[in-house]
Design a protein around this ligand. Structure first.
Ligand SMILES: NC(=O)c1ccc[n+]([C@@H]2O[C@H](COP(=O)([O-])OP(=O)(O)OC[C@H]3O[C@@H](n4cnc5c(N)ncnc54)[C@H](OP(=O)(O)O)[C@@H]3O)[C@@H](O)[C@H]2O)c1
Length: 263
């Protein structure tokens, strides 16, 4: 299926590996030109080289820590200088450290908000004007199943991501008439390095094997498997496509049935 986004320009943050890379890869496969960023120059350059060599699209790798507002301003400048526009924005960042509610100070919660909420707002503020000008835009904000169902050991994530839902819903209503959609992605467990790290941490903490730690997580997932990054990427590419112009303001789970509520 041709998603009709060939030659559009996408900005994908936190894209050197994991979910961001999977989204960049799915967009590259559709012929989308990309600006990708992360904090580590070697890693982001390697990912850009891989995408260019595999999909033969223009990929601009940029070093940017999304918690740094000045860094985002520079990112915007470089993207607009190189491509002159941005049609698709996937906002993403690293995850805050795991731990229960009382393990963290107010300062820790503030940092998590900077990482997951404020970075989203700053990225949108950077690229929304060009979307408004061209009257076409797709904003995809990466969050987590924790916005629907808190995970007991991920207090910082539980708290720092719900604001993203309120922000994206408010934004979606304001820009819908301009042919700009804004949606939140809420993955459960997708097998990236972060999830492998969480499993390793759990196995050490509980004195169980890595496989046992994974089994414990699968108990809460009706699909009895951890999701694949490529599936996540493909779904995001669809949401970024011409065909998804009528889907906006949604928070969409991809969690193998992990969320047990009705709505
Ligand atoms: N995988 C899942 O199942 C899952 C589920 C729910 C939510 N999430 C959330 O989705 C996000 C991505 O997760 P992931 O599994 O893809 O993690 P990952 O495999 O650890 O990859 C994280 C990516 O983010 C970049 N990054 C980290 N902090 C950054 C920052 N401040 N500024 C710019 N780039 C940054 C990293 O590159 P550098 O180190 O080079 O910066 C890397 O490319 C996280 O917030 C995670 O909590 C993941």
């Amino acid at each position: 299926m041709d998603l009709k986004i060939k030659n559009k320009i996408a900005v994908v943050s936190a894209a050197s590996k994991g979910l961001g890379k999977a989204v960049a890869e799915a967009l590259a496969a559709e012929g989308v030109k990309l600006a990708i960023c992360s904090r580590d120059k070697t890693r982001i350059d390697e990912t850009a080289e891989y995408l260019k060599a595999t999909y033969h699209v223009d990929v601009l790798p940029l070093v940017c820590d999304v918690t740094d507002q000045t860094g985002i301003a520079l990112l915007k400048e470089k993207v607009l200088e190189h491509f002159g526009a941005c049609h698709i924005l996937f906002t993403n960042a690293g995850g805050p450290p795991p731990g229960k509610v009382e393990a963290f100070s107010g300062e820790d919660y503030k940092k998590a908000l900077d990482l997951n909420l404020i970075s989203t707002i700053n990225l949108v503020n950077a690229f929304l004007p060009t979307m408004k000008q061209q009257q076409w835009g797709r904003i995809l904000a990466s969050a987590s199943v924790t916005v629907k169902q808190p995970i007991p050991t991920l207090a910082l994530s539980n708290v720092s991501r719900v604001g993203v839902v309120a922000y994206i819903k408010s934004l979606a209503l304001e820009v819908a008439a301009l042919n700009i959609t804004a949606n939140v992605l809420a993955p459960g467990y997708i097998m990236t390095e972060r999830v492998k790290q969480l499993l390793e941490d759990r196995s050490k903490k509980e004195g169980i094997s890595y496989d046992k730690a994974q089994e414990a997580i699968l108990e809460g997932i009706p699909a009895k498997k951890i999701g694949a990054p490529a599936d996540f990427g493909a779904f995001c590419a669809f949401l970024a496509s011409e065909y998804a112009s009528y889907i906006t303001g949604e928070t969409i789970l991809m969690d193998g049935g992990m969320y047990k509520g009705l709505m």
